[in-house]
Design a protein around this ligand. Structure first.
Ligand code: ZN
Length: 66
């Protein structure tokens, strides 16, 4: 099982899940990941909201609601 030992010896910033890791690559990657995640979440939320709003508006225009 040398694969597991190698994986532990090599520190990959892509797979690092230690939020307090002080390695430069890990810190930069973590910041970028968090920023990208936040931006993606906001964009997805906005798109989902406008889509749902459009559907609700269309339904209301049909006279089914109100
Ligand atoms: Zn790390």
């Amino acid at each position: 099982m040398g694969v597991i030992a190698d994986a532990r010896m090599q520190h990959h910033y892509q797979t690092c899940r230690d939020e307090s890791c002080e390695r430069f690559a890990c810190r930069v990657y973590r910041e970028g990941y968090n920023d990208g995640h936040a931006a993606g979440y906001a964009a997805g939320e906005a798109a989902g909201y406008s889509s749902a709003h459009a559907d609700g508006y269309a339904a209301a225009s049909c006279g089914e609601v109100g």
